[in-house]
Design a protein around this ligand. Structure first.
Ligand SMILES: CC(C)(COP(=O)(O)OP(=O)(O)OC[C@H]1O[C@@H](n2cnc3c(N)ncnc32)[C@H](O)[C@@H]1OP(=O)(O)O)[C@@H](O)C(=O)NCCC(=O)NCCS
Length: 121
């Protein structure tokens, strides 16, 4: 599996996970401010069902976090679909001390925001 970086416009980036010639996953982030600091926020992350639970999602988040770090910013999640597995990833990183939760600091004050402390490495 390799991560292919693709940039869209100036303030967005997409990273694609590829196995062989097949695109198996994608993460899409955008430049945003969080609590007055520059950050990169998650728009969408997706891994094809037949290759889930193999670390591809984590690898995509790692690529996005590394990119954010290279821009002196942190990766943030301001909104997640309620029953999506991405909540489980953020909760796991929170337990491991790799992410900080900001209660109700997500969009419209409804959801919790998460901020990755580092680059996941
Ligand atoms: C969220 C998503 C990208 C995760 O991708 P993935 O490649 O399966 O994630 P990983 O293999 O890196 O999982 C890392 C950890 O997250 C947790 N996790 C991920 N999916 C899980 C699931 N379905 N159930 C329980 N734990 C889960 C586990 O702790 C897992 O570690 P483990 O496999 O060692 O137990 C993928 O589930 C997905 O595309 N879901 C559908 C789309 C979606 O919901 N996107 C988010 C909203 S835009």
């Amino acid at each position: 599996m390799r991560i292919v970086e693709r940039k869209l416009l100036k303030r967005q980036a997409i990273f694609t996970a590829v196995i062989g010639h097949e695109e198996v996953g994608r993460i899409w982030i955008y430049s945003v401010q969080f609590r007055g600091q520059p950050a990169w926020g998650l728009v969408k992350v997706h891994v094809q069902e037949h290759v889930q639970r193999q670390g591809i999602g984590t690898a995509l988040y790692m690529a996005a976090a590394k990119f954010a770090k290279s821009k002196d910013a942190k990766l943030v999640s301001l909104q997640r679909i309620e029953d999506s597995a991405s909540n489980l990833l953020w909760e796991k990183w929170e337990r491991e001390g790799k992410a900080t939760r900001y209660p109700k600091a997500g969009w419209a004050g409804v959801q919790d925001a998460f901020v990755l402390s580092g680059d996941l490495e």
